[in-house]
Design a protein around this ligand. Structure first.
Ligand code: ADE
Length: 242
């Protein structure tokens, strides 16, 4: 069964890249079944209004609950016998990681992405739907985007490339499962000398043991320099291992 993705947004055209490249291939190969919806299709006024000012005052606008309620009622009940997981991208969520991507790719068969805009969605929408469906709020990282659409593109790409049956992912999946929490080593191709920059000698040696040792050193050095947070976790983990 393909992984079904529904995306609800006020900017459906933002999701056009879902037809491109890896995601397009996954769709064509029948691994992904993507449905993009315009939230305004569930409004009933002439201006197709989706937002209003916040109770209690403050800057910006809040997305009204009614269009979200009607949209999610309809979409989430559109496949008899199946229950989706709702995914709400937002800076206040659990950080989306490779581990989360892999869990979504391997354990879920239907994701409904809820793209908020403005200052956010009326909190009662979460209360209502979290009581009826599994719901995850997921953040790309500690910065603020204007809405969830770009996050949906990032998340769906990370998930799609891990889908079982995605051509070409077998070898890279094996490699990723062995990354062991470190950053990747640097890679080189021909020519061996370019603008005075040389490919490290060891990679030309043909000595597989020395090459593997060099790559592991590079991974440790890079991780220590660029991601001390990952390094700390890696060191704690290797102490725990026998
Ligand atoms: N929407 C706004 N900011 C976001 C973030 N950092 N991650 C996911 N969705 C968002």
């Amino acid at each position: 069964m393909p992984l079904r993705l529904d995306v609800v947004t006020i900017f459906p055209e933002y999701l056009a890249p879902l037809d491109l490249s890896l995601l397009g291939r996954a769709r064509r190969e029948g691994l992904l079944d993507v449905h993009v919806h315009d939230l305004r299709d569930w409004t009933h006024d002439r201006h197709r209004t989706v937002d209003d000012s916040p109770y209690g005052g403050g800057a910006g606008m809040v997305m009204r609950p009614e269009p979200w309620g009607e949209a999610l009622d309809e979409i989430c009940s559109s496949v008899p016998g199946r229950t989706p997981r709702l995914v709400v991208p937002g800076p206040g969520g659990e950080v989306f990681s490779q581990e989360v991507a892999s869990r979504l790719a391997l354990e879920e068969d239907w994701l409904v992405f809820v793209c908020g805009r403005y200052e956010g969605i009326d909190e009662r929408v979460y209360d209502e739907f979290a009581a009826r469906y599994p719901l995850s709020v997921l953040s790309l990282g500690d910065y603020v985007l204007n809405g969830g659409e770009v996050a949906v593109l990032a998340m769906t790409e990370a998930v799609a490339r891990l889908l079982p049956g995605m051509v070409g992912n077998e070898a890279s999946l094996v490699e990723e499962s062995h990354t062991g929490g470190l950053l990747e080593y640097p890679v080189y191709t021909k020519p061996a000398s370019w603008r005075g920059h040389e490919v490290p000698e060891v990679l030309l040696s043909g000595h597989h043991g020395r090459i593997a040792a060099w790559r592991q050193e590079q991974r440790l050095a890079r991780t220590a320099q660029r991601r001390p947070d990952l390094m700390a976790r890696y060191e704690a983990g290797s102490e725990a291992r026998p």
